[in-house]
Design a protein around this ligand. Structure first.
Ligand code: MF3
Ligand code: CO
Ligand code: CO
Length: 280
């Protein structure tokens, strides 16, 4: 979601019963993302992915949250190559060998939201972009490993920023951030993917939020196209994003957008991204 300067967030702590609802939404969103990602092959249009999303939601009695959200016209976001996020499916954009596609799926199940995203190669991609994907996935994983009661949001942001910017020289997007989630798409707090350790909101059991780093090969700066949605990198270089919905537990974290009962790490969309030889 779009970053806004805000003070004193009022954060919704979920009950055990609400967490059960979040778990069901998260699991279905994860199954849906996997289903759609499997169809992202050369020759397929992003409109066809939207249609698959509509069918899946109908079949499982879920609502695709993006459709008509603040006027967004389709049921999911498809963000190709230099598109950072909020790409709009269209019949004219056909996936080609060498593209990367970000797929962001959010479902509403019995009133609860599950939000997750992946970025996957379409056929073979170049080594430089493969490395971007791997580093972005790894930055999400490292950030999730930091989540436990007593930690602060700045610890999460700085983990991502240190790894992606200092270590690998990429740009961490500032304009869009993760977000609290529950019976609304976007709740407090905002979850920046940059920041300083030991600053910001303190994590407490029952908080549910997303972490969804957008990492650019070049500059972190972006612009939004005329359609009012599509965010693209200012330098036209590729961008990648992975997202999970999480809950803070008594002693750590539970990932809600997974298909296992333990809430443990699973790559978003369940696509393992190979570590490039240059990083081995
Ligand atoms: N799923 C996106 C997120 O992670 C939000 C998409 S808003 C839409 O926050 F309107 F573009 F769908
Ligand atoms: Co989100
Ligand atoms: Co999302």
């Amino acid at each position: 979601m779009l970053f806004r300067n805000r003070q004193r967030p009022s954060i919704n702590i979920k009950s055990a019963q609400e967490l059960e609802g979040m778990r069901r939404a998260g699991r279905l969103a994860s199954q849906c993302l996997e289903h759609i990602a499997k169809h992202a092959k050369p020759g397929v249009s992003t409109e066809e992915l939207h249609e698959l999303q509509m069918e899946f939601a109908k079949k499982h009695n879920a609502i695709p949250a993006p459709l008509n959200y603040k006027g967004f016209p389709k049921s999911l976001c498809t963000s190709i190559n230099e598109v950072v996020c909020h790409g709009i499916p269209t019949p004219s954009r056909i996936l080609q060998e060498g593209d990367t596609i970000g797929i962001d799926v959010t479902l509403i199940v019995d009133g609860f939201y599950g939000d997750n995203a992946t970025t996957i190669p379409v056929g073979e991609i170049d080594e430089e972009t493969q490395k971007l994907l791997w580093v972005t996935m790894e930055s999400l994983k490292k950030a999730i490993e930091k989540v436990e009661p007593g930690r602060r949001l700045g610890d999460i942001g700085s983990t991502i920023q240190t790894f992606a910017e200092q270590k690998h020289g990429y740009g961490v997007v500032r304009d869009f951030v993760g977000h609290g989630i529950g019976t609304k798409f976007h709740e407090e707090p905002q979850v920046p993917h940059y920041g300083k350790p030991r600053t910001g909101v303190r994590l407490r059991p029952g908080m549910t939020f997303t972490i969804e780093p957008m990492i650019n090969l070049g500059t972190w700066k972006l612009k939004v196209l005329e359609d009012g949605w599509t965010a693209v990198t200012l330098d036209g270089k590729p961008s990648a994003q992975y997202e999970h919905t999480l809950a803070v537990t008594e002693n750590g974290v539970e990932i809600l957008t997974v298909q296992n009962d333990e809430g443990i790490w699973e790559p978003p969309g369940r696509f393992e991204i190979a570590k490039p030889a240059s990083l081995a």
